[in-house]
Design a protein around this ligand. Structure first.
Ligand code: DWN
Length: 397
């Protein structure tokens, strides 16, 4: 039974960057109501309104995994671990994006699956086998016909973006070899609740997984988690190592039960936890607006740092326009010179002196806080202050 616990109001599609600002009152049809619910039976947290995949993941998709050093190094580390521990003959990545992971493997040993044609083109052009298709049973059958089976399937920040999870796992089951391993990695619901990071919710994040919910889900497909890792990436993620229940090659680590117990201690299996979370979200909105309004009153300028999908949720939920945050800056070519979705705030191309003209920087890419603060030390020394809303709106010391 799905129970709505959070309403983040009318929102645009998070990655729909436009050349012109949208006048909200005129373009209501382009907005959707972002509500988040908890399924009391399966314990799965999801958004209630589902946008068709074709509208979100198409040939104009702007997000590139390789845009941050943090992600590049996380994928590199994982690739080394995979080679050392599992040494797969063939690895397939669902949602291979611009190849940040697969580029660490020999071309004959990896397959990319990426429905966003602009991204798939990048890996195709580099000579990697890439299927520019959505992950489904038809594609799994096509790959099976050619390669027979795959002994490792990896997917980061992708499965939470696919509405039909039954199709996802049935297709994985179809292709994965009997002793094969599935690794999935997505933002952790526990970290989201602990960090009050309500901006993890937007149209692309249909689900936010907990280990509790993933365990329940996998059970339906005769799959199980045999190991887990907590990662610092994307604001705190969980990496699940999964096998068939019939596969006795891998022992189940006690890290799995430890994680599930911690999640239960934090109440992730109870609706009341999510109701409390929604109260904190409202408090966060009020505090952030108070900070931004005070800066405006003092006639100081703020720039948003990192035009993230997460920031789109914050801007639209808190109704922040350019009167509060003058501009955003980002390194992604597809975002530059466009406007933050739903708002009149223009995204400027990042250059190393851009922060010079601002007194404050709102950390849109708060998940890269370390990397960014380190990069901008010079400006901080000269008086620039970073603002973050995670876990609660404040200035960063
Ligand atoms: O799941 C998803 C994740 C993985 O990526 C997608 N649905 C969409 C996207 O979400 P996001 O936009 O919130 O992701 P990031 O990785 O937090 O985006 C960081 C943004 O900040 C990028 O546009 C690049 C930019 N950036 C920058 O301009 N300078 C990042 C760093 C580290 C920098 O120094």
């Amino acid at each position: 039974m799905n129970k709505i616990f959070l309403n983040l109001g009318l929102q645009p599609l998070a990655n729909e960057y436009r050349k012109r600002p949208i006048n909200l009152s005129m373009k209501r049809g382009q907005l959707y109501n972002l509500k988040v619910c908890f399924n009391t039976k399966t314990k799965l947290v999801s958004i209630s309104k589902r946008i068709p995949s074709e509208k979100m993941f198409n040939s104009k998709y702007p997000y590139r995994s390789s845009m941050s050093k943090t992600m590049q190094s996380s994928f590199k580390k994982l690739s080394n671990k995979i080679k050392k521990k599992f040494n797969p003959d063939l690895l397939m990545e669902i949602g291979s994006n611009d190849g940040a992971l697969i580029k660490n493997f020999i071309k004959s040993k990896v397959i990319g699956v990426e429905p966003c044609k602009n991204l798939a083109k990048i890996t195709k052009n580099k000579g990697y086998i890439t299927y520019d298709k959505y992950w489904d049973f038809k594609l799994a059958s096509k790959i099976k016909k050619k390669f027979k089976s795959v002994d490792m399937i990896y997917s980061a920040n992708t499965l939470t973006h696919i509405n039909d999870l039954k199709n996802v796992f049935t297709s994985i089951n179809h292709l994965l070899s009997n002793n094969g391993v599935l690794i999935i990695e997505d933002p952790s619901l526990l970290e989201c609740i602990k960090k009050n990071s309500y901006d993890q919710f937007y149209n692309e994040h249909i689900y936010l997984f907990s280990a509790i919910a993933v365990k329940n889900l996998l059970n339906r497909f005769k799959l199980e988690i045999f190991d887990l890792e907590n990662l610092p990436t994307h604001g705190g993620s969980l990496r699940y190592f999964i096998k068939r229940k019939s596969n006795n090659k891998f022992k189940i680590s006690n890290r799995v039960n430890i994680q599930i117990n911690i999640e239960k201690i934090h109440g992730l299996n109870k609706l009341i936890t999510y109701k409390k979370f929604s109260i904190n979200v409202l408090k966060s909105k009020k505090k952030l607006l108070q900070i931004l309004n005070k800066i405006k009153k003092d006639k100081k300028k703020i720039i948003g740092y990192g035009a993230t999908a997460k920031a789109v949720t914050v801007l639209n939920y808190c109704n922040i326009n350019r009167n509060l945050i003058s501009n955003f800056t980002d390194t992604t070519p597809e975002k530059i010179n466009n406007y933050m979705p739903g708002k009149d705030i223009k995204i400027l191309k990042y250059n190393k002196n851009i922060l010079q003209s601002y007194h404050y920087a709102f950390l849109g890419a708060w998940n890269f806080k370390k990397e960014i603060i380190n990069k901008e030390k010079k400006f901080i020394k000269n008086g620039l202050k970073f603002i973050t809303h995670i876990p609660f709106p404040k200035f960063i010391d």
